[in-house]
Design a protein around this ligand. Sequence first.
Ligand code: PHE
Length: 344
Amino acid sequence: MSLLERVAALEAEVKQATAKTAEEVERFRVAMLGRNGAVTELFDAFKQVSADEKRALGQRLNQLKQAAQERLDELKAGSTTIGPTSSTTLDLSAPSATEATGSHHPISIVRQRIVDIFGHIGYTVSQGPEVEDDHHNFGALNFPPDHPARDMQDTFFVEGDDLALRTHTSSVQVRVMENSSPPIRTISPGRVYRNEAISARAHCMFHQVEGLYVDKGVSFADLKGTLDHFTKSLFGPDVSIRMRPSYFPFTEPSAEVDMSCTICNGSGCNICKQSGWVEIMGCGMVDPTVLTNCGIDPEVYSGFAFGMGVERIAQLIYRVPDLRMYWENDVRFLDQFTAATFRH
Ligand code: PHE
């Protein structure tokens, strides 16, 4: 048989080749393209022929090799046995690979819940700069220069200016009051900064949601009713709140708000330090001086304000043992939170 005839015979063989299992596919590969396979052998023989013959034969040989390779690929795709030699085998019964999806950050989930609750009772969302001037962060809020009350919030100052990283989002409320007229009903969620040593229980940056309501005849009873509605919406209908007198330069009277401990239902545990109550925010009636500073007549209008730390609220919901975890962005931590894990 001439070399050309052998090529033709092998081509026919390649076309008709079948394989049901990975082993049969492998047998075909070895027989044709393996080191001693029929096609490989022909290439060896090709080296011996005259230059004239080479021209005619070379192309046919290459076609044969290509046909053998294509047939091999087809057989691999069609064989049903999964094995190391059939990596392209399609198993329609195999479970599909799950797509990795991202999730919301726990702080975002809680902030969004807070915004939703106040949104339902008519509060808009206001935002302002994180690098703030002294007037909006302190002055307009009734912190006199050099007054010790400024030490309540250790401040990061921005060098060379009267600028600082805002220590609370009350600064946004000043901006809203300066730029609009009552009725004002708004909340300001955002990042705030305080010069504190970072530990499991404290951080130099955190998130707040502060709220402001200014209108004719706004009373302390309105404040308490609003915050009662808020805590019940967030933590469930069984929680109650209480208010303790406190001090803030921008509110008078001022109060701290405690909520009955959701962990022990008020009977005492280490989260509430055996008291049955956990502190969740500060609040009060907007000081008339602040209204005046912001261009609102305190003879006509009154208002209340409140402010809470989002991390603090999130702690009560998720009980994350270390505040730093919120900032590390470890996917193993973040993966545990979905909006669905927290619903009332
Ligand atoms: N701004 C206060 C703080 O950051 C919280 C607060 C807001 C208190 C409004 C009373 C009224 O601590």
